[in-house]
Design a protein around this ligand. Structure first.
Ligand SMILES: *[C@@H]1O[C@H](CO)[C@@H](O)[C@H](O)[C@H]1NC(C)=O
Ligand SMILES: *[C@@H]1O[C@H](CO)[C@@H](O)[C@H](O)[C@H]1NC(C)=O
Length: 481
């Protein structure tokens, strides 16, 4: 900077000096001399200035060069990374082709009850009711597919032994009772019995203990169903009208409850018993011959064994395992079911067998099985659990267990029965009908081959069962909105 300043001052002065006017003679030579001197000075100064500028420029260039070098290096690196990323991304396609075996063959076999209901376009809610510490999960379809209004008209569906809420949806949206009732405008609740796959948890008991499994359907009738009914009424309000529909053991539970907790005759609006199991004097199924044996085995199990009755480990389970989901031989499977429940080729939809088998066979207590075995042996008595004379004395103050007093029942009841139901015979249904109040209706399913499980999956369920239930419900609920 200093050099530039000196140069500028000096050079300006020399330039402004008027040599021509100052020395007329010899002017040329003097002029030339000064010009020469001026030129020399100018050159000297210019060159040092130029060098300085050059130095400065070369330094700037150097810095610039280095900057560029670094930038280029960085950009090259970035491009490199981008390129690598692109290569990796390109090696995966954004449109992967579908894997050949990605689809569930039959989703109904695998999915849970709420998933199956939702898959069919219905709303499904799960409610947990605590009863004696058992966490009971109820599945609810609160309304039809298109109507969001929840009716006060409520249906409680209770499944049978080894089963779950899956029983009520197996026949699909057009035929299964849960969907049909929801479509007809009812608020549908499906309970799951303690110990089954949806109601296995307990608030304080371990599920592998004798204490956890120390119950039969008697305890369900005494505590669980009343707690469930109270829960629904508390949730929905006092105007709620609940009708109970049970299948098989679901009916046993209903009748036991109405005698043990007679106030529920007034709380409920109606009761439906599909394939009633109360008296078992004419139990035609081959299971009957196993009953006394079961009794002994069960007693041993209760004393020394696991307390949980696992269907798949039982003799029955051994036979039914040929209905294994992975290896379905529908013929064998169907014949086993026919053997146990009654043969009915016409109503048997073979595609539903694997669905049924996969959702059936939930564990229950040995006490439940034993209580039924006692019913079969005791023939025409509907009575509480038999602990054997000495313990009956201690438990009930009597050698014999007390009978459930059916005279306490005042609730209007509809019995649905069928001639080919090996587990719920005509004689036993008629014995029950005689003991129930005169308001009871009995309906014989108009198919002479209809069996115990056809209530759940019959091909003609719409005409044989559903139409009758719907029209009967309409008269039950005729005063309700
Ligand atoms: C099972 O319940 C009965 C009462 O019904 C009780 O006397 C007995 O001690 C209980 N047993 C177990 C193992 O919890
Ligand atoms: C059998 O069940 C399947 C699955 O729910 C259903 O698609 C089919 O229509 C049923 N068959 C008959 C004859 O009802």
């Amino acid at each position: 900077m200093y050099t530039i300043l000196v140069y500028l001052i000096f050079f300006t002065k020399v330039q402004s000096f008027q040599f021509d006017q100052f020395l007329p003679e010899q002017s040329d030579s003097i002029l030339n001399f000064f010009k020469e001197q001026s030129y020399q000075v100018e050159r000297a100064l210019t060159s040092s200035y130029d060098r300085a500028v050059q130095m400065k420029n070369s330094f700037d260039n150097y810095v610039e060069e280095q900057k560029n070098k670094i930038n280029t290096e960085i950009n090259r690196c970035i491009e490199n990374v981008k390129d690598k990323g692109r290569q990796i991304a390109d090696s995966f396609s954004y449109l992967p082709t579908e894997e050949a075996d990605s689809k569930l063959q039959n989703p109904d076999v695998t999915l849970t009850v709420p998933a199956r209901i939702a898959r069919n376009g219905y709303r499904c809610e799960t409610h947990t009711v605590v009863s004696k510490g058992y966490l009971l999960n109820l599945h609810r379809i609160p309304h039809s597919k298109n109507d969001r209004k929840i009716s006060s008209k409520t249906i409680l569906l209770q499944h049978g032994i080894f089963a779950s809420s899956a029983d009520w949806i197996i026949n699909g949206p057009d035929k299964a009772l849960a969907y049909v009732l929801a479509d007809a405008g009812y608020d549908v609740w499906m309970s799951n019995i303690r110990g089954n796959r949806y109601s296995k948890e307990h608030a304080w008991l371990k599920t592998n203990t004798k204490t956890y499994w120390n119950f039969s359907w008697h305890d369900v009738a005494l505590h669980d169903i009343p707690n469930i009914i109270d829960y629904i009424i508390k949730l929905k309000g006092g105007g709620t009208k609940i009708t109970y529909i049970g299948h098989s053991m679901g009916t046993t539970i209903l009748f036991a409850m109405l005698t043990l907790r007679p106030e529920y005759n007034k709380i409920l609006t109606g009761g439906y018993a599909l394939a009633p199991v109360v008296f078992m004097s004419e139990f035609k199924s081959p299971i009957k011959s196993l009953a006394p044996v079961t009794g002994n085995v069960a007693q041993m199990e209760m004393l020394y064994g696991s307390h949980e009755f696992l269907l798949k480990n039982s003799m029955f389970g051994e036979i039914v395992s040929s209905c294994n989901v992975d290896y379905i031989d529908n013929k064998i499977c169907k014949n086993i079911i026919f053997q146990l429940c009654g043969e009915n080729e016409k109503q048997c939809n073979e595609t539903l067998l694997p669905v049924f088998v996969s959702h059936y066979g939930d564990g229950t207590s040995w006490k439940t099985v034993l209580h039924f075995a006692q019913e079969i042996v005791a023939s025409n008595k509907f009575q509480q659990f038999d602990f054997g004379p000495p313990n009956n004395q201690r438990m009930y103050g009597n050698d014999q267990p007390p009978e459930y007093d059916l005279r306490k029942i005042t609730l209007p009841i509809n019995l649905f029965w069928a001639q080919n139901d090996l587990l719920s015979s005509e004689k036993d249904v008629k014995m029950l009908l005689e003991k129930l109040p005169s308001t009871t209706h009995a309906y014989l399913v108009p198919d002479p081959k209809f069996n115990h499980l056809d209530y759940l999956w019959a091909i003609d369920a719409s005409t044989l069962i559903n139409a009758k239930i719907l029209s009967s419900l309409q008269s039950t609920f005729k005063d309700q909105i």
